[in-house]
Structure formats: C-alpha cells, structure tokens
Design a protein around this ligand. Sequence first.
Ligand code: ARG
Ligand code: ASP
Length: 720
Amino acid sequence: MKKLLIALLLVTFTTPFVRSDEGMWIPLLIEKFNIEIMQEKGFKLTAEDIYSVNRACMKDGVMIFGGGCTAELISPEGLLITNHHCGYGSIQSHSSLEHDYLTDGFWAMSREEELPNPGLTVTFLKYMEDVTDRVMNGVNKRMSEDEKNEIIEANISAIVAEATEGNHFSAFVRPFYMGNQFFLFVNETYRDVRLVGAPPSAIGKFGGDTDNWMWPRHTGDFSLFRIYAGKDNMPADYSEDNIPYEPAYYFPISLNGVDEGDFTMVFGYPGGTSQYVPSYHISMLTDYIYPKMIELREKKLDIIKEDMDADPEVRIKYSSKAASISNSWKRWIGEKSGIEKLGTIDKKKEFEKEFTAWVKEKRKREKNYGHLLTSYKSLYEQMQEYSLVNSYTSETIGRSGVEAINMASAFIPLVEAVNNEVGDDELQIILEGLSSRISRFFHNYNMPTDRKLFVAMLELYGKNLDEKWQVPEYKELYKSCNGNFAVIADDIYTQSVFTNHEKAAQFVSNFDSRLISELEIDPLYILARGVRVFLDERVRDKYIEVSGKIANLDRLYMKAQMEFAGDEVLWPDANFTLRVAYGEVGGYESRDAVYYTHYTTLEGIMEKDNPEIYDYDVPDKLKELYYAKDYGRYGQNGKMPVCFIADNHTTGGNSGSPVINAEGHLIGVNFDRAWEGVMSDLMFNPEQSRNISLDIRYALFLIDKFAGAGYLLDEMTIVE
Ligand code: ARG
Ligand code: ASP
C-alpha cells in the first residue's frame, strides 16, 4: 500500500499540475493545462469549444464592454447582456427628470426604440498568440534593464504593426508573468451599440452601495444592448442604416439552474490581480495607503449622499459618481479585513522564508535571486511614500478630486497655447475640445455639492499629507485664510468661470486671448496649475523610477517563483485580457456558525423591502408577481431564484462575464464578489472567495413578466 502511494505521488509530481479552482487561465493554453481538470469537474465540452481560431467558439460571443466590463451575445441578432452597473453610464446619459430611466427602467419595444450611445464600443478577440521569442529577440543577459526594455519595445511595435497591416483590427502585446512571457492580441471593435433594456435601479441596483460586495445578494444586475454593424456585418459608426450584427457565436441559455457542487466557468476580462507580490506590497496597501484613502472617500461619500438624498436632480447627476467612489472604498475595507483575518502578510512572510531557504541551496540561485527581497524592502519604503502622495493629491485637489479644480486644469493647455502664441487652427481645436468637455462636465455638476467637497478635501489634504509633499500654491491659499477654507469657498465659487456652465461656455465661445489673465488669477486655476507642476516636477519622475525598479525585480521574482513552484503551473496575474476561471457552485461559512447557502430568491427581496429607502424600494409590479407567484417557466419549486455564488476566481472587469455550465450554456451573469473573500486579488481563499452571479432565469423573468418585453426572448436560444 505504502509503495503504491509513493508511486502515485511520484506520478502526480512529475506531470504539470494546477491548484484546483484558483486562477484566471489563458484561453489559448486551456488545452495544455486545464481542460482535463475541467472535465473531471464535469465540463462536457472541449478546449476548442472555448477558444479556437479555426472555428466559431465561445470566445466569439464574449466582448469587452465599454472601458472595463465584459458582455456576451445571447442572440444571432447582436443582442448582448451585461451588468446594469456596466450599462449604468449609458442608462444615465439618456435619463432626465422627465425620462428617469434609472428609476423607472427602460425597455425598447421595437428595434426603432433602441437608443444609440456615442462613444460606447464592444471589442472582440480575433486571436491571440505567444510572441515571447520575437519580443525577446536581441535581448541578452549582459544588457542593462533599460537597454533590454528598449529592444523589447521596438520588437513589440514591429509585431503590432505587422498584425494590423492591411486590416481594420487593432492589436497590442501584453506582458504575462510580470514580463516573462508575451502575448499578442488582435481585436475587432464595433462602434454602434444601442441600449435595448434595463430594469429600474430598484432591481438592477437593488441594495445599492449597502449590499455591494456582499452576500446574500438580491441585485438584478443586468442590462441589454444590441450591436449594430454596416451592411457587410463589419464595424461602422452609428448610422440609421446599420443593421443588427450577426455574430459567429452566441450563448444558448439554460433554464436548468444550479445545484451545490455544479461545474461553472466564467469567461471574461479580469482587470488586474497581484498574487505574486512580496509581503511589503501588501503591507504598503493595508497599513499605509488604504487607511488614508478610506477616510478620504468616506468624507466624499457623506457629502455627496447628503445632497443626493435631499434633491432628486442631484441624485441623478451624482449617482454614477457616488457608486464608483463607494465601490473601491468598500472593497479596500473588505480587502484589509480579509487580509488581516487570513493572516495574508504572515503567510507571505512564511513563503518568503521558504523561498529564501530554497535560494540559499544553490550558489547560482543565490547569485540570481539572493538580493530580491532585500532590494524590495528598500524600494517599497520609497514606493509607499510616492504612491500615497500621488493618490492622495489626485483624490483631493487633483484629477479625481474637487471637480471645479479638475475643470480648471482642463484650461491649462489653452493658457499655454496662448502664451506660446500658437496658430489660430491649433487654438480652434483646443477650444472645440474644451467646449464639449464643458457641456459633459456641467451635465452632471452641482455647484453647492462641489463647494462642500472643496472645503473638505482641502482640509484633509493639509491634515494628512506631510508638509514636504504639499503643493506650494496650496500652502499659500492655506495661509491666506488661515486654513479656514469654508470662509473663502463662497467667494471663489461664485466668481470662478469653472463652477458656472454659462460663464464657462461663454468664455470659450467668445474667446479672446486677452481674457487669459482672468483665468490666471482664479484661485482654482492657480491651484490646478500648481498641482500639475508639482506632480510633474517633484513626484512623477521619482515615482516612475521607483516603480520601474520594482517592475524589474518583479520580473525576476516571478521567474524565481515559477522555478520554485516546480511542476505546479502558476496562473499569470490578470491584465485585462480574456481569461477562463472555473470552479463549482457552493456556499461558504461567513463567520463562526454562520453558513451561507449558494443561492438567493425573490423571498429575500421581499424581506429587504423598505419603501423609505431608495435602494430597497421594491417596485409594485414585482410585488404583484411575487404575491401571484407568477414565475412561469423561470421559477423553481415555487420560488424565483435571483443570484448564486461559486468559487470561480474573478476580479474587477469580470463584471458582465458569462457564467457557463457543464454543457456550455449560459446560466448566469457575473457581477460581484462576496465580502469575506474579496481579498482574492491579493490572495485567493478557497474557503471564502466567491463570485456572485445573477441567475439568468431572474433576468428572463424580468424581461418577460415584469417588463412585458418577452418578444426579446424570441431571438434567444433557450434550453429547458
Ligand atoms: N462591486 C461590484 C464591482 O466591483 C459592483 C459595483 C457596482 N455597484 C455599486 N453599488 N457601486 O464592480
Ligand atoms: N464588480 C466587479 C466588476 O465590475 C467584479 C468584481 O470585482 O468581482 O468587474
């Protein structure tokens, strides 16, 4: 028996193996590393069904949606599904107090009613290719890191140029395993994407920021769009003559639901993870950066939410901004507590000890890798400083801080152009850009809210950032009012061009270069310019230098970790390229004695119902359907399933990703992760890391029974 066991162990340790369920895998390499495990777990299809360049497959039905989400096709006529929070910007842009699609939802009852969204695109992957050898061609060990990087860049440009020559595709090469491997991605982007349907926020954003990142969850987080193409089915700018895009692949939809232990796969675009960083990186985040950023965002949210609650117009204008401020804020809190509970830093340190012992075993290893952890230590000491200055400045008085200061900074190029006496044509281009920026900006701007933010942000900036990192112009303003920003805010905000739509628009439309001097004495402009100069001169270069040095160490440390892992295949950190995650449906123990089951139902929505709170105000129509138990073929055992969880390893960007069952059918749409395991970007915790998906049956039920848009189901392939 013992002999047999040893023999078995030997066998498993000499063939490559992967840790079950963790990881975001490369579609091209599924065949090599993952398909056997996936099939063992129940998957009935082949690697070619997921990714192939020879025939239509799932990858042809999955897209990048907008800037940072995933979507999938669900009909042969270009109909796609993604999250409500991914379509939110588009839904909001069509909303006003008269047509409040955020509150009431929107359903096109015919193709003519579908709403175009200028600027919204979807991007398909045509093919990917390992180009490591070509990228590294000409690089040798004797070169400095800078020399190496220069050759790498030049090789990449050549590869991209070749891939896009004579076609309408776009391409990029992205580093994997911290630059130890490189893949080429060739993409096709469609530019006419129209809004087809979205439930009211009371469904699509049910539970709002309170339930965000939490399980049990009851959010109907989906929206529908349709891709339009030119007559030849090729990408085209918006035109009334465009026709629905005919895809190579779309997902059949299963009404069979999920059971505990069922195989699931998520196929989408995870944005970024940091699984292989040293412990210093994690302590930088949780001990140094997050606490300050959390405090900052809390303040912002308090101010914005107060005004949103008081005025429905402000609610519409700021809902999207508030959601995005809140989203990372809450994730940081969750990550920090998860990391503390799991003892992630200690686990990393333990790993580093074992790693160091392994390095010490051989002279060559010692020579190549012996310096890594000590070098990291001193670099991270600098890094945390620059990182904080960068983020904190940006979030208070920089690009993502006070809005009027941000508006002011948009005028810097204009002032510079005038001072440099550029020609009229160039000036005209700048003015046109500014004019459209102004109308977008003021569409969602509320001056009194921003004025409060101004006072709060300037106070926090002075309090939390070491004086040596404060912008000189800020210090002067501080002195001029003795740190009492509330006293000067009124004057600044009533006089400025940057806080008033009419004034700003007029300034640009009646532009006269003599007016520049007016801007140059505006305190908001002075501050905006000060921030720009300070960051450029004092911070950016050092930041880039230190992060460049860390990136060089990362490349080496990753290489070392792969060697140290032996036969275990490590998955590459997410980098917003198409990935496969697989695992199984299952609940988890949240805390001592509290076990959460794997699915939620409409009963839970009724339990949370509270007409007093915007985010929990269940629509009457949904209540009627609930009381009548009118679930049609979408219900199960007399209940209406809403969401479910599984242990697929996902991250930001995976929102909207198809969740696929063993047969390759769509059973859900991924949209979130559960609080206790949200630190999975830094370390996956199989016990508690869970992705949250909308049960596709709830989406169909809402389209059909709630919205009365059942005609949309006719174009889908539904498997019962
Ligand atoms: N936490 C999810 C993700 O990171 C959903 C965010 C949108 N919802 C919200 N209430 N802010 O994108
Ligand atoms: N909600 C995230 C997204 O928008 C998904 C996640 O972080 O789990 O991509």
